[in-house]
Design a protein around this ligand. Structure first.
Ligand SMILES: O=C(O)CCC(=O)C(=O)O
Length: 305
């Protein structure tokens, strides 16, 4: 039997306590990634905007330019830091996200870079659904005032393990992304994210469990640690959910690394027990994964337009 996940793997979500000092954030991320690797993790995930505070006012100040590929250290210290962390840790690294500037178009993106254990860039995801919400009296956030949206679904092949879908935060609310990725064979959706105290309480775990239940895959959401002195209060609670939609491990709100052992059998057993993959009724409703879909698989050089 061929499995979506080729062999068992320990996943780590680094719920990083980051702040305003970018070089410190990069050094701190390195220490935590190495700690996760020492504990046996072979796929390590950092949170959304791990090299900066989260907020529209910060994006331009912290943005890095990722073209040409590979960018120089001056253009993107975070790219270089992530590449060497992956290499030192000998692990796949989903490098959270960073604000990116494309100088030609003067557009900013919220961008996630995934590296292999040799430090090579494997995939780039630009957040495709921008976080524009207004819950009166609670939270208003308009990422689109500063950021542009990416235009592709991202599936990254980790040669030793299989394929993952990469999404960023608000992206998880759009089930089509996970459905399409799952039907294209990912074993997990990996999602750097930073929900807040309003929507985190409402939907963080629910979204993770819902995407896992819909698709019978692993779902991992990795948040920054909560900092009540920051402008934006992240929910924390980094979470890994199994293909049966049960929470496998979950952080509190402070800095912590959460681990989960992912196995090929867990996906296979879930799908055997509840055989949704053989029971879909595409004679009744359309297969959203069968239409014209834009994928963003190519690393930076091809996504700068
Ligand atoms: O969807 C939410 O409630 C939070 C989303 C968010 O914080 C983000 O996209 O950065």
């Amino acid at each position: 039997m061929t499995h979506l996940l080729k062999k068992s793997v320990k996943l780590a979500l680094v719920q990083l306590a980051n702040g305003a000092d970018k070089p410190r954030n990069l050094l701190h991320a390195r220490a935590k990634v190495l700690e996760a690797s020492k504990a046996g993790a072979k796929i390590i995930v950092l949170p959304e905007c791990f090299n900066s505070p989260y907020g529209c006012q910060y994006f331009p100040e912290y943005a890095e330019t990722l073209l040409p590929s590979p960018p120089s250290e001056e253009q993107s210290p975070s790219y270089h830091a992530l590449s060497s962390m992956a290499k030192e840790a000998k692990a796949y690294l989903v490098g959270g996200s960073i604000p990116e500037l494309v100088p030609d178009t003067k557009k900013y993106y919220n961008t996630s870079l995934t590296f292999d254990p040799a430090g090579q860039l494997l995939g780039t995801h630009r957040k495709i659904h921008l976080f524009d919400i207004d819950i009166p009296g609670k939270i208003r956030f308009q990422e689109s005032e500063v950021l542009s949206a990416g235009n592709g679904i991202t599936i990254v092949d980790l040669p030793e393990y299989g394929k993952i879908g990469v999404a960023i935060c608000y992206d998880i609310r759009f089930p089509e992304m996970s459905i399409i990725s799952a039907r294209k064979g990912v074993f997990a959706m990996i999602v750097p994210g930073a929900f807040n105290l309003t929507t985190g309480k409402l939907h963080w775990e629910l979204e993770a469990r819902a995407r896992a239940a819909d698709n019978q895959i692993y779902v991992a959401l990795c948040s920054p640690a909560r900092d009540m002195n920051a402008m934006y209060h992240a929910w924390g609670h980094s979470t890994v959910v199994n293909p049966m939609a049960q929470v496998m491990s979950q952080a509190s709100e402070s800095e912590e690394i959460v681990y989960a052992d992912l196995t090929p059998e867990e996906i296979a057993e879930t799908r055997k027990a509840i055989p949704m993959y053989e029971q879909r009724r595409f004679d009744v409703y359309p297969d959203v994964s069968a239409g014209d879909i834009v994928f963003q698989e190519a690393p930076i050089g091809d996504v700068g337009k």
